[in-house]
Write a protein that binds this ligand. Structure first.
Ligand code: PLP
Length: 430
């Protein structure tokens, strides 16, 4: 693949010592050295500005290097940078947990901190398994998940994710799960029938899902009503529901959390990405009262034995508090509404155009599926061509095969959105 960027000393130094994720290091072009960010823009070492159309792996909410988050982080760094979180606590962790529980679905009562989206999922899976273990039902250990789902790259998270090419070397070590069809419009009855059959089994413990939008699957979207019905049926059989809101959380789908649109609430929720506004790595898992209660005992062995060195890092908590403040401000609501309206308008324009197979839109996320349908393979020719076309326009996108999506920072202006839409229009010609 050709790169628009000439090699720089920083890129060459990187190439000599760094191993990048999801990257064939032998053939990939040199990475683009980014030295600064501001608003929706990333600035390269050679001065080129790139418009960030995907919030840098779906994490950034309020723009790069946001001064409010920077100030709060800096203050926290100078006050308390870290303290172990077993036997100790600190103001930012308590305040963040209080604030989050106040805005999450009412059944969520506890916050368990970790480091990223994958660990938030690992914690959720362990909560479910140990919940049943502590209740004397260790035979309940099978998870249900959606076909093509993605919940992270650690072993538990891989196990409950699609058996795709990326995880093939590890398949023999991934525990068995049961995959359900995604109940996209027209496929609801099939998904419900599959679920009903699986719920007859006594070993089913939990159902993990990306609510309303399966991100890595290609921004595959489905409706709240059918998910609510699936959760209702899970609950009738004592099966716990885990909402992985790592991507959908903090306003991406319109409301603050996709789960707000459900009439049946998940038992456990996972968050990361937008949690700190895209500034510092942090994940967290929340749970409902009965789950927490199952871990309470005079017996120390019934505790949840999970933790990381940086669990509830004060600096990350401070970043999350600052980001949450921005997210809850009226300006952010207006920004998200503006993005949603602009996406809806562009959807109307491009839907049905030659070369466009489907357009999907929810909240601030817009996805265009182009012809020919080569699936969402990371390795497809089209994918590389789309990626390059965006770069040629100084736009950062990361197509999923023949699906190109926009997931911009909320501060993205109308003018910047127009540049993103221009690139999507041009992609029809590839
Ligand atoms: N869950 C979902 C829905 C995701 O989209 C991702 C990452 O893309 C993860 C979990 C894993 O998060 P992380 O990359 O922070 O480990």
């Amino acid at each position: 693949m050709k790169s628009t960027v000439t090699s720089s000393s920083l890129a060459e130094r990187d190439h000599a010592v760094v191993w990048h994720p999801y990257t064939q290091m032998q053939t990939a072009p040199l990475p683009i050295p980014i030295v600064r960010g501001e608003g929706s823009w990333l600035y390269a070492e050679d001065g080129t500005a790139y418009l960030d159309g995907i919030s840098s792996w779906w994490v950034n909410l309020h723009g790069h290097a946001h001064p409010h988050i920077a100030a709060r982080v800096s203050e926290q760094l100078r006050t308390l940078e870290h303290v172990l979180f077993a036997g100790f606590t600190h103001p930012a962790a308590v305040e963040l947990a209080e604030q989050l529980l106040a805005i999450l679905p009412a059944n969520q009562v506890r916050v368990f901190y970790s480091d990223n989206g994958s660990t938030a999922v690992e914690v959720a899976l362990k909560m479910v398994l140990q919940y049943f273990h502590n209740q004397g039902q260790p035979e309940r250990r099978t998870f249900l998940c959606f076909q093509n789902s993605y919940h992270g790259d650690t072993f538990g998270a891989m196990a409950v994710s699609s058996r795709g090419a990326f995880t093939q070397p590890f398949w023999p070590l991934l525990f068995d799960v049961e995959f359900l069809d995604v109940p996209t419009p027209g496929h609801e009855a099939q998904a419900l029938a599959q679920l009903d059959a699986l719920l007859q089994r006594p070993d089913v413990a939990g159902f993990i899902f990306e609510p309303l939008v399966l991100g890595t699957a290609g921004m595959v979207m489905y409706e709240p009503d059918i998910l609510s019905e699936m959760l209702r049926r899970c609950h009738q059989h004592g099966v716990l529901a885990i909402a992985d809101e790592v991507m959908t959380g903090f306003g991406r789908t319109g409301p603050l959390f996709a789960s707000e649109l459900l009439t049946e609430q998940p038992d456990i929720m996972c968050f990361s990405k937008g949690l700190t506004g895209g500034t510092l790595a942090m994940g967290l898992t929340t749970c409902a009262a009965p789950i927490y209660a199952a871990f309470l005992s005079q017996d120390k062995m019934r505790a949840l034995f999970h933790g990381h060195s940086y669990t509830a890092n004060p600096v990350a908590c401070a970043a999350a508090l600052a980001s949450l403040e921005l997210t809850r401000a009226e300006l952010c609501t207006q920004q998200r509404q503006r993005l949603e309206a602009a996406h809806a308008g562009f959807r109307q324009e491009i839907d049905g155009q030659p070369g466009v197979r489907a357009v999907r839109h929810r909240g601030t996320i817009l996805a265009v599926e182009y012809d020919p349908g080569e699936g969402t393979s990371y390795f497809s020719r089209l994918r590389d061509a789309f990626y390059q076309l965006a770069l040629d326009h100084h736009v950062v996108l990361r197509p999923l095969g023949n699906v190109v999506y926009l997931l911009p920072p909320y501060c993205t202006t109308d003018e910047e959105l127009n540049l993103l839409y221009t690139v999507l229009r041009r992609m029809r010609e590839l």
